[in-house]
Ligand binder design. Structure first.
Ligand code: AMP
Length: 228
C-alpha cells in the first residue's frame, strides 16, 4: 500500500492528539506532533528547546522557520512511511513548506481532516485535560478520567495540567487558531483534499469516521503498512 500523509486540523482540544495516537496504535501510522517535539526539546534544554520555550508556554506560535527545521529533520528520516501530522501545519507558510518537503520525497498531503469544535467546548475540554509526566498519555477529567485520581493508568506516573491548558492561555490559543490556522481549511479545500468530522460526536465515532476516510485513500486500512 502506498504511504499516506494525513494532516489533522482543528482547534486545540479537538482531539487531534488522541486520534493520532489511535492511528499510530491501530493502523501503525507514525504520529508526528510538533507540540510534543517542542515539549521534549524544552525538557532536554536543547538549543531548539531554549528557542521555543517562551512561545510554547504562552501559547503563541513558534516561528515557521524553526518549525520547518524540525519537520525537515523528521521527514529526512521518515518520509515514505504513513504519517499523521498533529498540530502541524499551523500557518499557510508551514503548509507550503510541507508540500515542498514532501514533494522532494515524491509525495504530497493525501488528506487533511478538520475535527471541528466550538470555542466553548474547547475551553471545557482543555481546562479538564491532564497529561502523564512520564509516558505522556492524555486524560480528561470529564470524558476519560484515570482510575486513580492524579495517577496514570498505564505507568503510574503523575498527571499534570500543561501550563498552556490554563483558561486564559486557552482563549489566546483559540485566537491564534482562528487567525492563523483556520485559513488552512480553505488552503486544503482548494486542493480538494479537505474532509470534515464534527468533534462533538466523541472520540470513538470520530475514529470510526477517520478509519473510513483512510479506507477510501487506500485499499485496506487494516492491512499492515509497509515501511514501518
Ligand atoms: P500543541 O501540543 O500542538 O497544542 O502545541 C503546543 C504549543 O507548541 C503551541 O501552542 C505552540 O506554541 C507550539 N507549536 C506546536 N506546533 C506548532 C506549529 N506547527 N507551529 C507553531 N507553533 C507550534
Amino acid at each position: 500500500m502506498r504511504p499516506i500523509n494525513l494532516v489533522l486540523l482543528g482547534p486545540p482540544g479537538s482531539g487531534k492528539g488522541t486520534q493520532a495516537e489511535l492511528l499510530r496504535d491501530e493502523l501503525r501510522f507514525q504520529h508526528y506532533s510538533t507540540g510534543e517535539v517542542f515539549r521534549d526539546h524544552i525538557k532536554r534544554k536543547t538549543t531548539v528547546g531554549l528557542e521555543v520555550e517562551e512561545y510554547v508556554i504562552s501559547g503563541r506560535l513558534v516561528p515557521d522557520e524553526v518549525v520547518l527545521e524540525v519537520v525537515n529533520a523528521f521527514l529526512a528520516e521518515h518520509a515514505g512511511k504513513p504519517v499523521v501530522f498533529d498540530g502541524f501545519p499551523r500557518t499557510i507558510p508551514q503548509a507550503e513548506g510541507l508540500d515542498q518537503v514532501l514533494g522532494g520525497h515524491d509525495q504530497n498531503v493525501d488528506c487533511a481532516v478538520l475535527i471541528d469544535l466550538s470555542d466553548e467546548e474547547v475551553v471545557k475540554r482543555l481546562t479538564s485535560r491532564r497529561q502523564c509526566r512520564k509516558c505522556r498519555k492524555i486524560y480528561n477529567l470529564y470524558f476519560m478520567p484515570p482510575e486513580v485520581a492524579g495517577k496514570c493508568d498505564e505507568c503510574g506516573g503523575e498527571l499534570y495540567q500543561r501550563d498552556d491548558d490554563k483558561e486564559e492561555t486557552i482563549r489566546d490559543r483559540l485566537g491564534v487558531y482562528h487567525s492563523q490556522t483556520e485559513p488552512l481549511v480553505e488552503f486544503y479545500q482548494d486542493k480538494s483534499v479537505l474532509e470534515r468530522i464534527p468533534g462533538e460526536i466523541g472520540r470513538d465515532r470520530v475514529f470510526t469516521d477517520l478509519k473510513q476516510l483512510i479506507g477510501t485513500l487506500s485499499p485496506d486500512p487494516d492491512q499492515e503498512q509497509p515501511g514501518i
